[in-house]
Design a protein around this ligand. Structure first.
Ligand SMILES: Cc1ncc(COP(=O)(O)O)c(C=O)c1O
Length: 397
């Protein structure tokens, strides 16, 4: 066993300022539906360059809210790449929407237009939305996916849970600004670039989607008078809305985020550029340190001209002569956490039983080789060297 501290594959970085921000909320009036929620939403919208940010209690909730607010409903079909976390698919299934799984590039794990087109054909041309997933923070030509969606009557909803802080096209476009999408969804789970504890958000430039998203976030409930249908209950004899009145014209859950979580999110967001810079520096150190292990170990990189807000450090490994399980156990014994992002979702028992997805060779090839190494802003250069040294040792027969 190693005596050096264990390096998890991901972890939050919390400072005294974050703790003070949360304590401040605890001492105040509002634990939920208060000013910290609004302040975080305003700061997040500004940070990503979108008109609206709707904060909620997880990335999964953000995906569900976006699907419902985009008007996707029972029996509709959407395209989701198979290499993603369960939530991209399950949020849709929970909204009654069918998923057609797209293949991905075997070397990037990302869905391109060609993969989306193949899935669209398998949907019988019926899919209504495409969900690009920005694995690790990387994108694959969002404008081309939007054009493909536009040409075939599909909206684009970005699963940007990994990609806060990514810009692309020589920084011309920022993830979350929704230049090429109807909405983008974020997660602020502690493993992500900023932490809320549990939390997420939808960003959009659409007033209609933002309004609907706020309704779906809160029980399908509205207090907007011109949406009221029960005229006799809603209005006083003078025609003014009754002060207590609210109405539900659709059913939903409670997806609200508390002021406690939003205070943490807001404080962390203030440090986003520092976090992203630290992650980029660590990735460049990994690139140098891993070079001697090439071609057995290849770092998954971003496209030229993209500035990635790296969420995870993924490598593709040739495990021949050993296997991933053995390597991960050896890494663990050396104090290094590693993970696999992701088991292709179409292989999960639920989806195997539900859908007849053909073999997706790109997803299988990426899955067989991928390994995520520790990456978080509190790591130092020595930590990177330690990880790479441990990986080299762990790959030895
Ligand atoms: C790609 C992707 N989508 C969605 C989610 C769901 O986010 P959360 O865990 O905040 O619900 C995650 C989180 O792990 C994710 O990695």
């Amino acid at each position: 066993m190693s005596s050096a501290p264990f390096l998890a594959y991901a972890r939050q970085v919390i400072g005294e300022d974050d703790i003070a921000a949360v304590a401040n909320v605890l001492r105040g009036e509002w634990l939920t539906t208060g000013p910290a929620v609004e302040a975080f939403e305003a700061a997040l919208a500004k940070s990503v360059g979108a008109k609206h940010a709707i904060v909620c209690n997880s990335g999964t909730a953000a995906l569900y809210i976006a699907a419902r607010a985009a008007g996707l409903k029972d029996g509709d079909t959407v395209i989701v790449p198979s290499v993603t976390f369960l939530a991209t698919a399950s949020a849709n299934v929970l909204a009654g929407v069918n998923v057609v799984f797209a293949d991905v590039d075997p070397d990037t794990g990302l869905m391109s237009v060609a993969h989306a087109r193949d899935a669209w054909q398998r949907s019988g041309g019926k899919a209504k939305a495409i969900y690009p997933v920005y694995l690790g923070g990387r994108v694959d030509n969002p404008a081309a996916l939007r054009d493909f969606g536009d040409a075939n009557g599909m909206v684009v909803i970005e699963d940007a849970c990994h990609a806060l802080g990514t810009s692309y096209g020589n920084s011309a476009s920022q993830v979350g600004a929704c230049e090429h999408s109807l909405a983008a969804c974020f997660s602020f789970h502690p493993a992500k670039t900023i932490a809320m504890g549990e939390g997420g958000a939808v960003t959009t430039n659409s007033d209609a989607l933002a309004h609907a998203a706020r309704r779906v976030r809160n029980q399908g409930m509205t207090r907007t008078a011109d949406e009221f249908r029960n005229q006799e209950l809603a209005f006083a004899p003078d025609g003014a809305p009754n002060p207590w009145y609210y109405e539900a014209s659709e059913i939903s859950h409670n997806f609200r985020a508390s002021d406690i979580n939003c205070a943490l999110g807001l404080s962390q967001l203030g440090k986003l550029s520092g976090f992203v810079a630290a992650r980029r520096l660590l990735m460049s150190l990994y690139e140098k340190a891993l070079a001697p292990l090439f071609p057995r170990v290849q770092l998954v990189k971003g496209a030229p001209g993209d500035s990635i807000g790296w969420h995870i450090c993924q490598v593709l490994v040739d495990f021949s002569g050993t296997d991933r399980c053995t390597v991960m156990k050896k890494l663990n014994a050396l104090g290094i956490g590693a993970q696999v992002h992701y088991i292709p979702v179409h292989m999960q028992p639920f989806y195997r039983a539900q859908y007849d997805t053909p073999e997706l060779p790109g997803a299988s090839r990426f899955y067989q080789r991928t390994l995520s190494l520790p990456l978080y802003p509190a790591m130092a250069k020595d930590d990177v060297d330690r990880v790479v040294d441990a990986l080299s040792q762990s790959l030895a027969p």
